[in-house]
Design a binder for this molecule. Structure first.
Ligand SMILES: [Zn+2]
Ligand SMILES: [Zn+2]
Ligand SMILES: [Zn+2]
Ligand SMILES: [Zn+2]
Length: 364
């Protein structure tokens, strides 16, 4: 709109742009005083004014909206947001901000934590707590996926068996899946293989009339000791090492049964016994595993597995190879039961310690 002269401040002339055809008397209005036409208010005014009307994208004043955005609602992965557009002329409108969609990394949305429907869990294993077969601590393992899902499992500590001896390196338990039948097992020293020969228990008894439970054999060497009788029972010439597995029915080992008298001659040859296993043994007699007399320190027997052991009599393991691991089922230990033993592991309740051992430990 152009005012030809005497501009008047109160002229308000909104012109709608949606009209494309104008009649003569609409497009040219001349006169004095008040002017009235559709959409035009000029007020009281003296003079002549002309309208030049054209169609334009901009509004009549040439103003182009410049909107400033204000976000009134942030979009999320799954929901649209909204923003308000405001021009300094006062014009406002709202607009939708589209949902962003998930941004999956390793199967999980970094924004909202949603798990991708295509994700397959892949768990990796972390040991939270190491098990300990000596003191009964369970092993605790956590299985975690990169998506954050996890579960944990406890399980009894697994024994760590020496491949050749089949005794646990930690708690000295024997691998009873190997020694499932009583008898005398043999293996070749240094072969690295588990025992491969077995003389059945019934054959040993038939051949030797051995009685491991008998007491009162005394200090003097006697062929009645089991350690000597085992020589007769061990028929396999390739067996360089022997493991005696007692029947579960045997609950006690008599005095001196596996004691040799000296470290020389016949005693040395007799002393081929390396390990003794007795799942039913609760009592070990006096000096039962002690190399007697001047032979102390020559004992060949290096380990035993008596998981129900309760009563260890005087000098029973005097001079025994070390370390010795005792189960906590033991409640009574007599003097010098572990004399000269360097390391004794035991966390049970028997009073007095270390029963002749140089060192006594309650943990491993
Ligand atoms: Zn505007
Ligand atoms: Zn998401
Ligand atoms: Zn997962
Ligand atoms: Zn173990």
């Amino acid at each position: 709109m152009t005012l030809s002269s005497n501009d008047k401040a109160d002229v308000v002339a909104p012109i709608s742009q949606d009209k494309t055809e104008w009649l003569y008397n609409e497009s040219n209005v001349e006169g004095n005083g008040s002017v009235n036409a559709a959409g035009i208010t000029a007020g009281d005014w003296n003079g002549v004014f002309n309208f030049n009307i054209s169609l334009d994208d901009a509004d009549v004043s040439g103003h182009v909206h410049a909107y400033a955005e204000t976000i009134t609602k942030q979009p999320t992965c799954t929901e649209d947001g909204e923003k308000t557009l405001t021009c300094e002329c006062g014009d406002t409108k709202t607009a939708v901000i589209p949902a962003t969609g998930h941004n999956y990394v390793n199967g999980v949305c970094g924004e909202c934590g949603a798990v991708s429907p295509d994700h397959t869990h892949s768990y990796s294993e972390t040991v939270i707590q190491e098990g300990n077969c000596f003191n009964g601590t369970d092993q605790l393992v956590k299985y975690g996926c990169a998506c954050g899902d996890f579960y944990s499992q406890t399980s009894p500590a697994e024994h760590d068996y020496n491949a050749e001896t089949q005794f646990c390196k930690v708690c000295h338990a024997a691998n009873m899946s190997v020694f499932s039948e009583p008898g005398l097992y043999g293996y070749i020293s240094g072969s690295g293989e588990a025992p491969v020969f077995r003389t059945p228990w019934v054959d040993i008894i038939e051949k030797t009339e051995m009685d491991v439970t008998a007491d009162g054999l005394g200090l003097t060497p006697t062929p009645n000791r089991s350690i000597y009788k085992l020589q007769l029972a061990s028929l396999n010439p390739y067996s360089e090492r022997l493991i005696l597995v007692l029947p579960k029915s045997i609950t006690s080992i008599g005095d001196y049964q596996f004691s040799t008298y000296s470290g020389t001659g016949a005693d040395m040859r007799a002393n081929k016994l390396d390990y003794v296993i007795g799942e039913g043994v609760t009592t070990v007699g006096e000096y039962a595993f002690c190399p007697g007399g001047s032979g102390r320190g020559f004992t060949r027997c290096r380990d035993f597995y008596f998981p129900k052991l309760n009563y260890v009599k005087r000098g029973a393991f005097d001079g025994f190879g070390s370390p010795v691991v005792l189960p906590s089922t033991v409640t009574r230990i007599e003097e010098n039961a572990f004399k000269y033993v360097n390391r004794l592991y035991y966390n049970g309740s028997a009073t007095g310690s270390p029963w002749g051992a140089y060192n006594h430990y309650t943990t491993m």
